[in-house]
Design a protein around this ligand. Structure first.
Ligand SMILES: [Zn+2]
Length: 360
């Protein structure tokens, strides 16, 4: 039997502490705080109880009180290594809750002096850099963390780099921003979003050819979201006076993704503007066979039918659309946006009462 172990067990756990922990777990904050206050009144050496008390202050939106306790604990000389770590973790979260991110980051450095490359601290640093919108640093810590843990998460790395690029764009540093978008693409070649932003940056620099090139890559890599760039591309070709290339673009999207409703609508719209109503009608009718419930397609169809004076057919389309909409009606919770096909009076997700209304 290890005598040292037995001797350590002598400072046995105060039953009040266990009660406090149980209350804390049950979410009974006020009663839990009362227990921990009682403990520290009897025993001012009970660092764990002080820590819990501070934690509860922070959890109940009183980070200043939490900070006061944690700061007073840091000057104690009898803390074990474990307690030092606990106190500084608390301190970091207090500064974070107070929005003093630079102070929180200083504590992270201190924590590394106790535990090198600690996962908790790495995660805290990333979280804080994200709150500061400092994606360059967030990315740096992320790669460090992934490396230490022998993990691989290229899409996440690329996302952080893209966010960094976006902040550079907000400062009108377009070519520096593009470097980050290219870096993101290099790390995760499947990602499409950096092309969208890269295109936007070229567009702001009045480089329409390059903008369209990047936007087209986006459309190719992510057909489902390709519609996000349709208007941009159309507008840009229009400004360049190259109307023919609008049709070419939509045709190339449709070669990739035959039943892309938005691209079909774009192409039909193009024919209509050109005065070729017949081609537009053909295209819309063919698409409606594939996508009979597309409201957008039926609206476009109604517009074209109206143009050629087919009033009864227009009315028929309106009836069709009303029919589709009544079948797809959705009720939504105003508190948490939970969606339901049935009307509800008590939200199953957030327990709000009378919060449902029909989505219009
Ligand atoms: Zn809800």
């Amino acid at each position: 039997m290890n005598l040292f172990f037995w001797r350590k067990r002598k400072d046995k756990i105060n039953p009040l502490y266990t009660e406090g922990l149980n209350l804390m777990l049950a979410g009974e904050h006020a009663s839990a705080m009362e227990k921990f206050r009682q403990i520290v009144k009897q025993d001012t050496e009970n660092i764990n109880a002080y820590n819990r008390l501070a934690e509860l202050y922070r959890q109940t939106n009183r980070p200043k009180q939490a900070l006061k306790i944690h700061l007073s604990l840091t000057i104690r000389t009898n803390l074990t290594d474990f307690q030092k770590v606990q106190v500084h973790r608390g301190l970091l979260e207090d500064w974070e809750a107070l929005g003093k991110y630079h102070k929180a980051l200083k504590i992270a450095e201190k924590l590394y002096s106790f535990q090198k490359n600690n996962l908790w601290t790495l995660k805290a640093q990333i979280r804080i850099y994200k709150k500061m919108n400092d994606w360059k640093s967030a990315h740096q810590i992320l790669t460090q963390m992934l490396k230490i843990r022998h993990e691989d998460n290229k899409p996440l790395e690329a996302l952080y780099l893209m966010q960094y690029g976006i902040t550079l764009m907000q400062q009108a540093q377009y070519s520096a921003a593009r470097k980050q978008f290219e870096h993101a693409n290099h790390i995760d070649p499947n990602g499409a979003a950096p092309h969208l932003y890269s295109g936007n940056s070229y567009s702001r620099e009045n480089n329409p050819e390059k903008a369209i090139e990047e936007w087209s890559k986006f459309a190719q890599k992510d057909p489902e979201n390709a519609f996000l760039v349709f208007e941009k591309i159309e507008k840009t070709y229009f400004e360049m006076g190259q109307f023919g290339r609008i049709a070419q673009f939509y045709e190339s999207v449709l070669r990739n993704d035959t039943d892309n409703v938005q691209a079909t609508a774009g192409l039909a719209d193009f024919y209509e503007k050109k005065g070729d109503t017949k081609s537009a009608l053909d295209l819309v009718e063919r698409t409606l066979e594939l996508e009979p419930s597309s409201i957008r397609m039926r609206l476009l169809y109604s517009k074209l039918l109206n143009k050629i004076g087919e009033k009864p057919a227009v009315n028929q389309q309106i009836d069709n659309m009303l029919n589709i909409m009544s079948k797809t009606q959705v009720f939504i919770c105003a508190e948490c946006n939970f969606q339901s096909e049935d009307m509800l009076w008590l939200c199953p997700k957030c327990s709000a009462e009378n919060s449902f209304h029909i989505q219009t």
